[in-house]
Design a protein around this ligand. Structure first.
Ligand code: ADP
Ligand code: MG
Ligand code: MG
Length: 905
């Protein structure tokens, strides 16, 4: 079977074979050749040889390689090893997906002390010696394991001796000495002279590429990017073209569209008289491809080659139907293409390129949806630091450290070390709340802050979860920074800062900088929320809107948002939410004006006392719901009754204890006693959720009354509210029945009082494994909807406390015991099985049952794919992730139908 594929002069034996066999680079070279694009001739040894190499070496392909090399010779008219006019080649690795960590490319292979003379006679001595010294270094480094550093030292010594800064200024004499020195370095390290036989060089290089598939760097990269070890790499051997042949030669890289904005504008850089990766290596400052008035651009200095490049660009885009990232070399004015691949791009560019390619007729809507990773949309919503200002700050030594990017965006503000101070200070300007960790008591401060920074905690810590929900910029776990006790300040290395000092956090990268940086709200937000920019003024918004419109046509899952306030609800609707999947009532309790009444309620020892306190809370809750119903119009609003353990609301410092004591007219000691009495050893598994509703029915009664009174009021105002009452933490059918009756009774009472019938539903969260298993019993008890609370369900299925898992989860993931953090991406095998069981059993008992998910996973694209496959009706996520979920849901539907199509094919 054929395993080596020649390409050159318009013929590509491997055209159409694809990346699986040819690797990305080889496939690109074959396709370009077949399109008639000028590509130096060469051949690709396919990926299957990689695995065979370890067992059997290269014997199986020796003949094919020799034959293909002869074809390169025929096509170039040069011979490998010919001392008068030698053929030189490059040897390049190339896996299916581009893989840093693999062997570096070797250029100018075939140069020996004999052939270098021939090359010098033909093309000049300096040029020939420059090629030779590059070759010695690359081959020495990657094939013979000579430390790179030894070569670099030699090179900088030569530069110093000559008194020049650039390699390009070394003379032929300098290079001759350098080449001799390099040969000596190789002899010393390898214990034998540099190979003088070009064929020996070639086999050595091919073997090194295959071996590099299993080096540590490559293995690490594969593990991090889920690339299977069986794939293997291909090897490409290709005739050299020389961009370092004087001033009519050059080498460069380009993108067919702007990779940061997506604008349809050719974009690239080049260096005259240079080879290989000189452009990206930063040795000399590259020049722009397009004319920019400097007179140094490719367009101005080599107009013919530039014109040819533009022609190639169009051909490539038409053929690959995606933005291409390409490498080119110009030798004596003639253009050659050396690589093309789908270019990496920002979220902005991804959205814009995908939609514009639909307009151009290059791709269809479905393909456009496949071209944008849902996660990339987050970038479009986040505020940003201008890159230049940030780089200046880093250069000035103001980088405090780096944590996990938990809430994308950019925020600058004055440091506050407590939530109270944050609220206070926010009245007069932007604040960044800096804490070791946050807790529910910090909500108000987090709300008030422009950004949040914690020095402990991971991606699912309280700070991270709440910040994502609020769409706040947040960095967590910035371990290099120490927060000193009692708000004394923070320090990192030799840097210090105190309350009120400026700090800047980049929640997209995790960087934390001392000082103030300017920020800009994202363009999309300027259009959608601020309305400071009109839709017509923003092509980016236009693209975003179109893409999500297509997503809506293709998805089956509904998308709702988790929103606790009218403001969040409005944001959610503007981002396209079709309802609220989770409205948490406890956040309402933390508000400054209310917390006292809440504490009074918890601490009173009698039902009457609790009722009196609840009476104060009722009108406030009612107002909350009226506001939310107004924003949501006729969309469903799932409201969860009180869920967290009561101790989260308790006063824990003297001042707040005294305040409650005064209100209750008892002594502070008495209150402190009661606080101690309510202490629980394991509150997450303690007195919370529906258990509270059962022992303290007046709490739920008050909440349900507030909901129905608010609904009645909304109806009177012409609205069509659709509340869905959700009972948290149900584990048994009896629990549900009891609370179902409570809700029904209050609803009936309020209906009688107000004369308004409300269109409502009652349902439960499924977050305790027992509830998932008993789903049929619960569904049969008049339950109209399920909503999976996958945070608690994950916690209870694994038995991992979400608040304590940071101490072992990273180690588990590192060791491969868990593939990833199950709180971030749903564990489809275990937790997912419970979701599937509950869905099936629930629907069997009640075919009309509506099923959704409202945990953190509702905004995670991979989890969304699982929920789609499992047949849920909707996902619910934070308002800022609604666009992500809409796109992910569409892609899940497309992936499913694609899979169906190919399995029938
Ligand atoms: P990478 O995988 O790191 O991109 P490449 O194999 O593309 O490595 O090669 C590195 C550099 O060498 C690129 O700039 C490429 O264009 C250049 N190069 C590779 N082969 C040749 C060749 N035959 N002639 C001239 N330049 C080459
Ligand atoms: Mg490289
Ligand atoms: Mg390359």
């Amino acid at each position: 079977m054929k395993r080596v594929f020649f390409f050159g002069e318009g013929v590509a034996e491997g055209a159409g074979l694809g990346k699986e066999r040819l690797g990305g680079k080889g496939a690109g070279l074959a396709e370009m050749t077949a399109l008639g694009i000028p590509v130096p001739p060469g051949f690709t040894i396919e990926t299957t040889v990689c695995a065979e190499y370890t067992r059997a070496g290269l014997d199986g392909v020796r003949r094919e390689v020799t034959d293909s090399l002869a074809r390169i010779e025929a096509s170039t008219g040069k011979r490998f090893g010919d001392p008068s006019d030698p053929l030189l080649v490059s040897v390049r690795s190339g896996a299916r997906s581009s893989m840093p960590g693999m062997m570096d490319t070797i250029l100018n292979l075939g140069l020996t002390s004999a052939t270098v003379q021939g090359l010098a006679a033909l093309s000049g001595e300096r040029f020939a010696l420059d090629c030779r010294r590059r070759f010695l270094q690359m081959y020495g480094d990657v094939v013979l394991d000579v430390p790179k550093h030894d070569f670099e030292e030699g090179l900088s010594r030569s530069r110093a001796a000559r008194g020049v800064a650039s390699d390009a200024d070394l003379t032929a004499d300098d290079l001759r000495r350098l080449v001799a020195e390099y040969e000596e370095i190789v002899r010393r390290h390898a214990g034998k002279p540099f190979p003088e036989d070009p064929h020996e060089q070639l086999w050595g290089a091919i073997g090194a590429v295959f071996r590099s598939w299993d080096n540590e760097r490559a293995k690490t990269y594969r593990r991090l990017h889920h690339i299977p070890a069986e794939w293997g790499t291909a090897v490409n051997v290709q005739a050299m073209v020389f961009g370092n042949r004087g001033d009519t030669s050059a080498t460069g890289v380009a993108f067919t569209r702007d990779p940061s904005t997506g604008e349809k504008k050719f974009y690239g850089e080049f260096l005259p008289n240079a080879q290989g990766e000189d452009v990206v290596a930063g040795i000399r400052t590259p020049r722009p491809v397009n004319a920019d008035g400097s007179g140094t651009s490719l367009e101005e200095t080599m107009p013919r080659a530039y014109g040819e490049l533009l022609r190639v660009r169009d051909l490539l885009e038409k053929s690959f139907r995606d933005m291409q990232d390409l490498e080119f070399t110009i030798e004596d004015g003639k253009l050659y293409l050396l690589q093309t691949r789908n270019g990496k791009r920002t979220g902005f560019a991804a959205v814009r390129i995908a939609t514009e390619m639909v307009s151009e007729g290059l791709i269809g809507e479905k393909e456009a949806l496949e071209r944008v990773e849902p996660e990339q949309l987050v970038q479009l919503l986040a505020p940003v630091f201008p890159l230049k200002e940030k780089a200046d700050a880093v250069a000035a030594g103001r980088l405090l450290g780096k944590g996990l990017p938990a809430g994308p965006g950019a925020a600058s503000g004055r440091i506050a070390f407590t939530a109270e101070r944050a609220v206070e200070m926010a009245k007069s300007g932007a604040v960044v709340l800096v804490r070791e960790e946050t807790s529910p008591e910090d909500i108000a401060g987090m709300h008030a802050a422009a950004g949040i920074l914690t020095t402990r905690g991971g991606a699912t810590s309280h700070a991270a979860v709440v910040a994502r929900g609020m769409g706040k910029t947040c960095v967590v776990g910035a371990g290099e920074i120490t927060v000193e006790p009692r708000g004394a300040g923070l320090r990192a290395r030799d840097l210090r800062a105190a309350e009120g000092d400026w700090i800047s956090v980049d929640g997209t990268t995790g960087e934390v900088l001392l000082g103030q940086l300017p920020t800009r709200p994202s363009e999309i937000l300027q259009v959608v929320l601020e309305r400071s920019l009109s839709e017509a003024e923003s092509p980016l918004y236009g693209a975003f809107y179109r893409l999500l419109g297509w997503a809506d046509q293709h998805r089956r899952l509904g998308v709702r948002a988790n929103a606790d306030t009218p403001g969040d609800a409005r944001t959610a609707v503007l981002f396209g939410a079709e309802g609220i999947g989770l409205c948490r009532t406890e956040h309402m309790f933390f508000e400054e004006r209310r917390i006292l009444a809440v504490r009074e309620m918890i601490l009173s020892e009698t039902v009457e006392g609790r009722r009196a306190a609840l009476a104060k809370i009722l009108p406030m809750q009612r107002e909350d719901f009226v506001g939310i119903f107004r924003e949501m119009e006729d969309r469903p609003v799932t409201i969860r009754l009180l869920d967290p353990p009561l101790h989260e609301f308790l006063p824990n410092d003297e001042k707040s204890i005294a305040a409650v004591a005064a209100e209750l007219r008892v002594s502070s000691e008495k209150v402190a006693d009661r606080v101690r009495g309510l202490h629980e050893a394991n509150p997450m598994l303690g007195h919370r959720g529906c258990r509270l509703g059962i022992t303290h029915p007046e709490i739920y009664e008050t909440q349900v009354r507030a909901i129905f009174e608010a609904a009645a009021e909304s109806i009177r105002a012409g609205g069509r509210p659709r509340p869905e009452i959700m009972i948290p933490l149900i584990g048994t059918r009896a629990e549900f029945e009891k609370l179902r009756d409570l809700v029904a009774q209050v609803a009936a009472t309020v209906a009688a009082e107000t004369g308004q019938a409300v269109d409502s539903k009652i349902g439960t969260m499924i977050e305790i494994p027992r509830a998932a298993l008993q789903a049929d019993k619960i569904a049969a008890a008049g339950c109209e909807f399920f909503s999976f609370g996958t945070n608690d369900l994950t916690q209870m299925t694994y038995g991992y406390s979400r608040d304590d898992a940071a101490s072992f989860l990273p180690a588990y993931v590192e060791a491969g015991i868990l593939p990833e953090d199950p709180f971030a991406s749903l564990d489809a095998d275990g937790v997912g099985e419970l979701v599937a069981i509950a869905t099936e059993r629930g629907r069997k008992a009640n075919p009309a049952l509506k099923i959704g998910i409202c945990g953190e996973h509702g905004g995670d694209p991979r989890s969304i794919e699982f929920f789609h496959r499992t047949g849920l009706d909707y996902v619910s996520c934070s308002p800022y992730r609604v666009p992500v979920a809409r796109l992910a849901a569409a892609r899940a539907a497309l992936a499913e139908s694609g899979a169906a199509a190919s399995s029938t094919a």
